[in-house]
Design a protein around this ligand. Structure first.
Ligand code: ADP
Ligand code: MG
Length: 615
């Protein structure tokens, strides 16, 4: 009988391997980002089209590759990051199997452009389904750009398996966030189609968190740090009132690698016990540093699980770190934890000590009126005038104790936030009222804010609509009596032109005969009496801006709708509405100015008030 075993042709072997590494656009993005980081980049730009199905491009300013290495990088098991199997145990760089580029090139059309600083010319390689189509010199920037087009173009079955664009985009954003969080010292940007989704400047972790998750995280982050001989924990947890109903924003990194672990997640939530309602999940970004020989990361490349030698100790350290952090920032009374991480066991053995600890640990329950009031009107008031809870002297100086309320803003404000009153100041102390039905006066701990209600509301809505347009997230309310509008040919053409954007905002508009549209729904958050008037007004405003300013469609639409649907002068607001307005304004990316460049608020601080009276 003749031999029947044959080696698989490379291309097929690669395709099979690719199935492991590249499951979806986001997994390719992860590999490319990790390569950029490994290459020592300080700036990394990501361009995504059609949720990565059409294109994922990662451009870095890292060290680049020589011509030979560029070609080699597409071979399986080609890696510059590991030389012997002993290295496997001390791996700190991300990639280590040398499989990613080969796999990606097996199932997509890839173009690599790369140049090293020392060579004048770089290399361009085009490769499709593992076949090199082109290799030539290339003149361009130092660094590397890899673009991956038409993922699974040669494996239609896999392509059909990809999920809808929003789902794939969600995965992409997840991967992007994870890498961006673990390297806050690297600048990252993400463009979807041609729109900028993120632009993150290098900086501290707290800034990165705010850059990724929004301004309202400012002042909501509690630093968390614990050093033990076995493992170090560092990062931030969110204050209890910042907790979400969904699990999304929880991040563990082990030696800077994102991992998922429900066991360790439990360690965090158990530290929050009594502070959260059962369906709430705390925010956290925690980095564990641990000797690589105590963990097993030599698992599947796309898996995010990890094995620890001693899970229980890690659990205890994390729990203690989170409890200390909550205690140190007055979220709960704190205990003086020793670094002995087995304290749980010790307590169990010593019932009296345990009982005492439990007494001391009777948390201010979430449901007490005290806490409720605190969480709606500034949690720090909870402790005003009360005795300082006992705390570990070594952990904070007296000076920190008095300043702890604004620890986030204690950091030198960066240029962007300099104009914005610090969080503690924007947390209203309760008194808000209206002057002339035009200005909202909000009392702060250090004076007053005078807010122009219309300008401020326009800013809030503008940023909201812009976000909705970027993410196509607007929701609609259905019109009870859907009006038809005859627009005339030019307006009709205009509406057809901006139809996708209108949908993104929540307008359900459809063609309805010659030059006519039917409005079946309008954005859910606009209180509308007359849908036709809203739509026509929006168009008018849009055309006005279009002739006055050269704005792109989305910018213009967001502005127009904000103008059209904002609060106006003369509108009476109740105190709840005023509070919301103030809160939303300071959650804006740029709360200082309105759409026309006017100030949204001015601050009258105590020192100016004193100076009126010559004090
Ligand atoms: P691995 O990262 O596991 O080594 P990859 O297939 O991802 O495997 O990459 C293969 C090799 O190509 C890397 O070891 C590295 O030398 C080189 N490489 C890949 N991407 C870049 C990049 N962005 N900049 C510089 N070198 C890169
Ligand atoms: Mg790699």
């Amino acid at each position: 009988m003749s031999d029947i075993i044959q080696l698989l042709p490379d291309a097929i072997a690669n395709q099979i391997a690719a199935g492991e590494v590249v499951q979806r656009p986001a997994s390719a993005l992860k590999e490319l980002l990790e390569n950029a980081v490994d290459a020592g980049a300080t700036q990394v730009q990501v361009v995504v089209k059609e949720s990565g199905k059409q294109l994922i491009q990662v451009i870095d300013n890292g060290k680049g590759m020589s011509g030979t290495d560029a070609r080699m990088s597409f071979e399986r098991h080609a890696t510059s990051k590991i030389r012997s199997s002993a290295d496997l145990f001390s791996i700190r760089t991300f990639g280590f199997r040398g499989e990613a580029l080969a796999s990606i090139a097996a199932v997509a059309q890839v173009e690599l452009k790369t140049r090293q600083a020392e060579s004048e010319l770089g290399t361009l390689i085009q490769i499709e389904g593992s076949e090199v189509k082109k290799q030539e010199p290339f003149a361009g920037n130092v660094g590397t750009s890899v673009s991956m087009k038409n993922l699974f173009f040669n494996v239609p079955a896999r392509r059909n398996f990809l999920k809808s664009n929003p789902v794939e985009m969600r995965h992409i954003v997840d991967e992007f966030q994870r890498v961006a969080l673990s390297y806050s010292e690297i600048g990252f940007s993400l463009f979807q189609q041609d729109l900028e989704v993120y632009s993150l400047t290098p900086g501290k972790l707290s800034h990165r968190i705010v850059g990724l998750f929004g301004k309202n995280y400012q002042g909501q982050l509690v630093p968390c740090e614990e050093m033990t001989p076995h493992v170090n924990v560092k990062g931030y947890i969110g204050k209890p009132e910042n907790a979400k109903k969904t699990r999304g924003e929880q991040f563990f990194f082990v030696n800077n690698r994102f991992i998922k672990s429900s066991y360790l997640n439990h360690a965090v939530s158990s530290a929050f016990e009594g502070l959260l309602q059962p369906d709430q999940h705390p925010f956290y970004v925690l980095f564990l540093e641990i000797d690589p020989s105590h963990i097993d990361i030599n698992v599947h490349p796309t898996k995010t699980e990890i094995k620890f030698d001693d899970e229980r100790t890690i659990y205890a350290v994390i729990r203690s770190a989170v409890k200390q952090a909550l205690g140190a920032h007055h979220v709960v009374p704190s205990l003086d934890f020793s670094l002995d991480v087995n304290f749980n066991e010790k307590w169990d053995k010593d019932p009296e000590k345990k009982a005492q600890v439990d007494r001391e640990y009777s948390y201010k329950s979430f449901n007490t009126p005290e806490f409720k009031q605190a969480s709606t009107s500034g949690w720090e008031k909870l402790f005003e005038g009360t005795q300082q809870p006992s705390r570990d002297i070594n952990r904070s100086t007296p000076n920190e104790e008095t300043e702890v309320l604004t620890f986030e803003s204690r950091a030198k404000p960066d240029e962007a936030t300099e104009l914005i009153p610090r969080r503690a100041e924007t947390e209203s102390t309760g008194a808000t009222f209206q002057v002339e039905l035009s200005y909202v006066i909000a009392q702060m701990s250090t004076g007053f804010l005078i807010i122009d209600q219309q300008t401020a509301h326009e800013r809030i809505l503008y940023e909201r609509y812009l976000r909705q347009l970027k993410l196509a997230q607007g929701t609609s309310q259905q019109c009870l009596f859907p009006p038809t509008i005859n627009l005339g040919p030019s307006d009709y053409a205009l509406v057809m032109d901006i139809m996708p954007e209108l949908h993104s905002l929540g307008f359900m508009v459809s063609e309805f005969g010659k030059d006519t549209v039917l409005i079946q729904g309008v954005p859910a958050d606009i209180p509308v009496k007359n849908e036709k008037e809203l739509f026509e007004g929006l168009l008018e405003q849009y055309k006005h801006f279009k002739s006055e300013l050269s704005l792109d469609t989305r910018e213009n639409l967001a502005r127009s709708l904000a103008r059209k649907s904002s609060l106006k002068k003369g509108q009476k607001l109740n105190s709840q509405e005023m509070e919301t307005l103030v809160g939303q304004l300071f959650a804006c990316q740029n709360p200082n100015y309105g759409l026309g460049g006017n100030k949204t608020f001015v601050k009258l601080d105590l020192s100016s008030i004193h100076s009126f009276f010559g004090k």
